[in-house]
Write a protein that binds this ligand. Sequence first.
Ligand code: MRU
Length: 352
Amino acid sequence: MNVNGTDYRTVWMEGPSVFFIEQNLLPFQFNIQEARTYSESCHAIRTMMIRGAGAIGAMAGFAMAQAALEAPEKDTLFFLQRARTEIESTRPTARNLFYAVEKVFNQALTSPLLAVAASQQVANQDAADSRNIGRFGNELILDGMNIETHCNAGWLAFVDYGTALSPVYLAHQQGKKIFVYADETRPRSQGARLTAWELKQAGVPHTIIPDNAGAWLMSLGKIDLMIVGADRIAANGDVANKIGTLEKAIAAKEFGIPFYVAAPTSTFDLDCHAGNTIPIEERNEDEVLYQDGITEEGLHKRIRVCSPGSSAFNPAFDVTPARLITGIITEKGIIKATNDSIRDLFSGGIAK
Ligand code: MRU
């Protein structure tokens, strides 16, 4: 994606180092960070300097490749297995992380060079899949539509293009007059900070709405289509995505608004037969109790926004049941959120 005239990917590997856009600083500072070791890459994922299913998948794959490069000649297997466990423990919900680590680990057993090649392949595939999701999703977007999205499933959340926002960018490039309502997405405000920043860079007309405004806008007929991303999709079509997605899906069903999930096949987990088996990450209460931002003088500040002495519960994802989902936009086509359609998707049963 283009930022101030330069094309960037969210994350890439050069030599033994991984470079990535530091997302905790956005939208106030655009900064490229370097992770020199697999442990530094783990730290970046854990602290959400890099986040979003596809982006952490790519970073995790690169981390596994770094571990292969760092492995000693003696006890190589032990080192690789320990590194794999460490990388996989950084964040539990996004399927792409486990998908990438497995692919790269299998090659690392043969040679570090093959591991690096596999990690580059995972990242390239993520970008290509996102692009194709844009092509299929664009067919759902008509001139004049108002689209709501939750969290950030744009290019920052993947290696490039994004999933939920990829169709939006293509529709905008084709001259369709569209307007995007970006859910703020408390507590980490990925919508207010990242989606809004991305849309501004791309010149897509948009506004930020509080998380609790979606249902009201839908009831007023102001939303024509909702597209969200996914962190893990079970074999029956249940979808884990950023906390707050479930209530949007319920509201969309109530008001008859098409509710689409956009995700590559690397986000599906056929070992999870239903959404209730997807591990849901719980994050630190401080993300709810405190907010950080920038003062009018340009100073970064962290302030408490909740009553002192109260605690907070902070689940990072929820699960939307398949029955509330109109369709899933994949890189191979748009499918129904059902066991049969997902089985067909993996057996090559739908047209590219
Ligand atoms: O906690 P995050 O920011 O890594 O959350 C993942 C997500 O980006 C969202 O759930 C998104 O909607 C899924 S698509 C990457």
